[in-house]
Design a protein around this ligand. Structure first.
Ligand SMILES: [Cu+2]
Length: 671
């Protein structure tokens, strides 16, 4: 009887992605575009595979789980099997201390990996918790280049979560928003420069039509561990989303259409199941979306939040959780469902309502995805849920501030800062032919990536003015250039991030975990100077007023830490304040994690320097993707005090030039 029971459990659960407790330190990933149907709708997508994890077109992604222990030296080889695209991989949340070469930001910390070549990321896992990896080239992560990365405590070290909540089942849920158009088309359609499809809006009281960006507000489906269940029989080619009547604008929507490549699959995928065995199940929730914050709840179960962004939190019991883009929440689910005769309970995932701008007329995004929490023996019916997502009684409670109640388990007070830096972001729109329809700025600057990866330029002491880009003024007075903020090594900063935007934004800082000491909303009318009229004739938002800043927490005083993390939300017309000691040298990207906004300049570089350079970081790896130096390579040891892993400068020069030569030969051969 017993083997039979196990067989049933196995058969029931085999379809779920399992982040198995298989620890490996060496991974060999291949990334490529493949025909896929993540939600039964056929489309091309990006597959990440390795020898243990080739799942084919029914589940092209998420990529293979990276599972390691603290202290492990990880080697992740990425083979670029795209026909004609470069790539790079960022390990989201890992600090890469003194080793910014491994941060994976194409154009900033490395040249991207060329097609049909490989590069091995080598780094120490120095933190524990739930992280993820994703492409930091183009918009590839929106197309599926992503996967989970879990670091456990060393053998013999005690995991505080496991002590408090003895669990035997440990699962990953990675969530995505998904479209039936590829990420290139979504991005170009949003950016412009002009709208070929006749979408337009009018100035108030003006009959002159102007074009507006078509932002991909409403995903076609949501994916849970790479799978959703879009029902093609419900496809509505005149799908509607919502509009902004205050601006007399037409609706912003990505339409549905019959699939180009194949027919939709008629039979649904089995719903992902997670076994509630023992007293608790640990769920590691990762928001890998390009755009939307998620809300997740489990019918008739409570969720105990125990970690956020890899930092253990004081346990907080909630009926639902909000997971903004880039964030990770670890939750313990008490397996209390045994009192019911049935054995399966719905896990519901919807788009958190606060995602929409405050002036949306019809604020409903009804897309959702489900999973199942299943009790042994794993067979049986699904319990009638208390309510469906469409009837969610807490639907309208925004959730923008959810993360600011997740207190760290141990650290309670942030020390005073040495300096406060205020950063204000916002958008500019234009209707000038040939220009993007919308760009984003921080302090008036639309970020453009440098000509040469800044890290290499700084390390090899290239002249900065030959490295950065400066394209002059954009059409709305915004400055288009490489946006660098030079910060002093070992100095503690207090950053105030002001959002002059009608929507919330999910920010991420590479290389650090920050301590948040305040967050909230501002008054659009009274806390900001009056800005120029926008393209609809409405009053624009100018700089935040000094009085509003003066009312904020004093940076010269210690402050209670509300929460810690590497990814955070700034509410609509709101702010967040974090403190961070700059202990990790290098050029670290600070950016909105909405992939479409990052593309339109919503980013800047925190360059953490000692004496104007990065003298204490490791030497670059010998097999780094080739780049052509502006003024020749310099031996790594000549003017730097490198750590013990430094390699001989001469060998490095030879290896780098060999790489350049090989790349050139490959190009000639391919051509
Ligand atoms: Cu954004």
């Amino acid at each position: 009887m017993l083997p039979y029971v196990f067989l049933i459990i196995f058969l029931t659960l085999q379809n779920a992605v399992r982040c198995k407790l298989v620890y490996k330190t060496a991974y060999a990933f291949t990334v490529e575009r493949v025909p896929a149907n993540p939600d039964r709708y056929p489309i091309t997508a990006i597959q990440v595979s390795d020898e243990d994890h080739v799942v084919g077109r029914d589940r092209a992604f998420p990529g293979p789980p990276i599972r390691a222990r603290k202290g492990d030296l990880l080697e992740v080889t990425v083979h670029n099997a795209f026909d004609d695209e470069t790539t790079s991989v960022h390990f989201h949340g890992l600090h890469m201390t003194d080793n910014p070469w491994m941060d994976g930001v194409a154009g900033l910390t490395q040249h991207p990996i060329p097609p049909m070549s490989s590069f091995t990321y080598r780094f120490n896992a120095t933190q524990t918790g739930t992280f993820w990896y994703h492409s930091h080239s183009g918009h590839q992560y929106a197309g599926g280049l992503l996967g989970p990365l879990i670091v456990d405590y060393r053998i013999g070290e005690q995991d505080p979560v496991k002590i408090s909540y003895p669990y035997t089942v440990d699962e990953v849920i990675i969530l995505q928003d998904w479209f039936h158009e590829n990420e290139h088309d979504l991005y170009i359609n949003y950016r412009g420069p002009y709208n070929a499809f006749g979408r337009r809006k009018r100035h108030q009281g003006d009959s002159h039509p102007i074009y507006q960006p078509n932002y991909p507000w409403k995903p076609h489906s949501l994916l849970l561990n790479g799978r959703g269940n879009f029902d093609c029989s419900t496809m509505n080619e005149s799908r509607t989303c919502f509009s902004h009547s205050f601006c007399q604008s037409s609706e912003q929507c990505i339409r549905e259409r019959k699939p180009l490549l194949q027919e939709c699959r008629s039979e649904p995928y089995p719903v992902e199941e997670f076994l509630c065995g023992g007293r608790f199940i640990r769920l590691r929730l990762i928001n890998g979306a390009a755009n939307v914050p998620f809300k997740l709840w489990i019918d008739k179960h409570e969720l105990i939040i125990v970690a956020r962004d890899g930092i253990e939190t004081k346990p907080l019991t909630r009926k639902y959780v909000i997971i903004p883009v880039g964030q990770r929440l670890d939750v313990m689910v008490p397996c209390t469902g045994t009192q019911f005769p049935s054995v399966k309970f719905n896990i519901f995932v919807t788009v958190a309502i606060a995602y929409l701008p405050d002036n949306a007329d019809n604020p409903r995004i009804d897309t959702f995805v489900t999973g199942l929490l299943t009790y042994p023996p794993g067979t049986g019916s699904v319990v009638e849920p208390d309510f469906l997502p469409v009837d969610d009684p807490t639907r309208s409670s925004g959730g923008e501030m959810f993360e600011y109640q997740l207190e760290p388990l141990t650290e309670e007070t942030a020390p005073p800062a040495d300096e406060r830096i205020v950063l204000q972001y916002g958008e500019v729109s234009s209707v000038i032919p040939g220009e993007p329809l919308e760009e984003w700025t921080i302090d008036g600057i639309t970020h453009i990536m440098p000509k040469l990866p800044l890290l290499q330029a700084m390390y090899f002491e290239e002249p900065l003015n030959q490295t950065v880009r400066d394209l002059g003024a954009g059409p709305m007075g915004n400055k288009r250039r490489t946006h660098i903020r030079h910060l002093q090594y070992n100095r503690t900063y207090d950053f105030v991030v002001i959002g002059a935007s009608s929507q919330q934004h999910p920010w991420h800082l590479h290389g650090y975990t920050m301590s948040f000491v305040a967050a909230g909303t501002l008054n659009r009318s009274t806390d900001f100077e009056l800005g120029a009229k926008d393209e609809c004739g409405c009053d624009g938002v100018g700089t935040v007023k000094k009085a509003a800043l003066d009312a904020m927490i004093d940076w010269r005083e210690p402050a209670k830490i509300l929460t810690k993390g590497d990814s955070f939300t700034v509410p609509r017309y709101g702010y967040a304040i974090f403190r961070v000691k700059m202990v990790n040298q290098g050029p670290w990207l600070f950016h909105c994690h909405v992939d479409w906004h990052l593309g339109m300049g919503m980013a800047m570089i925190f360059s953490v320097e000692r004496d104007g350079r990065y003298p204490d970081i490791q030497a670059p790896p010998v097999d780094f993707p080739a780049y052509l130096p502006m003024s020749g390579f310099r031996p790594a040891g000549s003017s730097h005090t490198n750590s013990g892993t430094s390699i001989g400068g001469q060998a490095q020069v030879v290896a780098a030039w060999l790489a350049v030569l090989t790349f050139a030969l490959v190009q000639i051969y391919r051509g």
